[in-house]
Design a protein around this ligand. Sequence first.
Ligand code: PLP
Length: 456
Amino acid sequence: MAGAREVVVVSQSTHVLPLEFKRSYPVVVRGDGVWVEDASGKRYLDAMSGGSMAATLGHGRRDIIAAARAQAERLAYVHNERLTNPQQEQLAHELAGLAPKGFTRVRFVTGGAEANEMAIQIARRYHVDRGQPKRWQVISPAQAYHGPTMATLALTGRPGLKRPFEPYMPDHLHIPPSTWRFDPTGDEALHALDRVLEAAGPDAISAYFCEPVSAAALPAYSPPKRFWQGLAERRERHGFLICFDEIVTGVGRTGNWFAAESLPIVPDIIATAKGLGAGYAAIGAVLCQQHVYDAIASGSRKFTLGHTWDGAPLSCAVGLKVIDVLRKEGLVERVRERGPRLRDQLADALQGVPMVHEVRGRGFLLGVEYVDPRDRKSFLPPELRTAGRVDDVAFENGLITYSTMPTRDGFAGDQTLFAPPFTSTDAELAEMVDRFAASVRQVAKELETKLEARPV
Ligand SMILES: Cc1ncc(COP(=O)(O)O)c(C=O)c1O
């Protein structure tokens, strides 16, 4: 069997349908804290919390494993359609207490895309139950990622991601992101929002859907204050709901329990997932404001769509232990206090690298944006795979990072995400920064040679 003894698996040697057919996958066999180890004994520093930003507390936590085991021995699973369980009830109570004011109801799911999709369904249910059945379309910033299901893919405006699945997707509406490149003040995005509201007719819009602070799509980016204020005004005027995708940012990542706390706007619905299970259970949650609940409670009085594992005792017990650890170890506060210095360390280490345009950071969600060093603003030629090369070199240097190159979509170019576990020590963070900066510098040097032969 491939992977049982091999150190690296390639597509020709496995029954697994791989994500990328040209890639070689190191076989990882154990993890401890911020380190994972492959079958050859090579160790990698995990600057990406398990690769997907889920493992916020690091690997191999005996306390979480013990809580999961105790719950599995008591009662691992019952379905929530006719039964409930103390862990689901308690976790909903905890999340309502940790979320911004007004979030009183929680529905559990299994992951991020499910949480986002359920948020769309709850928004739709809200409007139908209030007697506004024409409201179904969603507006969202184009440069985003909300999941791989048909409904969540439809929420991004990135042709490169959606093709060839477009025939399955409803026609939602998108506006360009208000980044330094397109719209540094946020005014253009507001004009674009007004244009789509007018074209669709405001009575057709169910929700504005976005990441409050972006993850992989635009690492650590958040629109300017002006945009959020304008969005709140338009919600007031047009009656749509605001849904935040906090799949990554929820449960501590940006130095708040929810990123919504740090913005001048309160959403109506929040979807969260990764950090709730911290890589120890597949769990997500949708939180809604009391007024959203009230509309359904005095309307259809039911919301029965759900999945097999929603609110299961085992996954909820893990969620409860994760929150307990975050509280007892003061980890959300640590991320809030340590994050700005980590951003500065990263920026200092990359000082003078001409392809580095910006180092952004919100807590332990950081991002590096690269540009063409010849004019310091254009996207890098995509065929050079510069950010992909950063990951490859970092990997060789025993560091796990996550880079993207969504240049074909037109809104962002090469960029790297840097999102370590909250439990990383100062020494481990310093080592991650050193290995990362060495990798970027090596790639920047290679790039110089490659660009010499090309016209600007
Ligand atoms: C911002 C954001 N939303 C949604 C998702 C989808 O979550 P999942 O992969 O758990 O379905 C992701 C996954 O990376 C994400 O980063």
